[in-house]
Design a binder for this molecule. Sequence first.
Ligand code: ADP
Length: 275
Amino acid sequence: MSPTSSSVMLECKMMPYGKAQFLLIVRDITQLKQLEQIRKDFVANVSHELRTPLTVLQGYLEVMDGEQQPPAAIWQKAHGVMLEQTRRMDSLVQQLLTLSRIEAAARVQFDQEVDVPAMLQLIATEAETLNRDKQHKLHFSIDTTLKVTGAPDELRSAFSNLVTNAIKYTPAGGEIEVSWQRDGQRALFTVTDNGEGIAAHHVKRLTERFYRVDQARARNTGGTGLGLSIVKHVLSRHNSQLLIFSEPGKGSSFSFALPPELVIGVQTPKKRAKF
Ligand code: ADP
């Protein structure tokens, strides 16, 4: 049984102490066991996620090897499926690398300026390409003067994941609003969609690695289940956190606020103390 947050696991050892006495050593190993379980689940998930596309590829390659060659139409379909599965593996490996890079990285150096408006301009262009099949109405409302400090690649990944998800998980013809604005002294990023929304019991698990509301559908959209866990990591490294509001049947809103000390031009007591 895997240890839960409410159970405590103890390790007991008896050690000889003096001539006729024993010392009982009791150690709380709850956290150790939980970490071990997380590691095991992670390896099992990665193996499963890689195995599925590999099985499909292997199946088609075996057919190619057979004596009776399938007709051209089947070849064409096989080629399409193999390409899709290869892309899926590629995006999984990319996301895993991003996650491990962020986890292994030292603390963010907040001396680098991040031109978020320019970054969002690029993301908007990429979103248009992704949106070709979906035909959503995309609105970008960007404060072009609002820049921050932080890790550019990491922040880019957070912005991009949230915009991409809104496009992927909103049925065709939806409406998506992306906003980057001042909220007092903070910088607020919000992506709102009018998609199908997410039930509350799923919302609280969305940032877990490999968690997907609908496994099969998310896989078809090319989802790996790692995007939001990357966003969560990036935000905690930038002293922020992801807020999710969602109503089934109405849509979702994903947002985060970067604190005043990261916003360029805002004088916080901490910043002033440096000079
Ligand atoms: P994935 O790579 O599967 O998209 P994420 O970690 O980015 O992984 O998202 C986890 C799950 O959260 C998705 O599989 C999807 O079920 C759900 N989700 C994320 N964004 C939205 C959204 N805007 N609307 C509805 N569901 C969403």
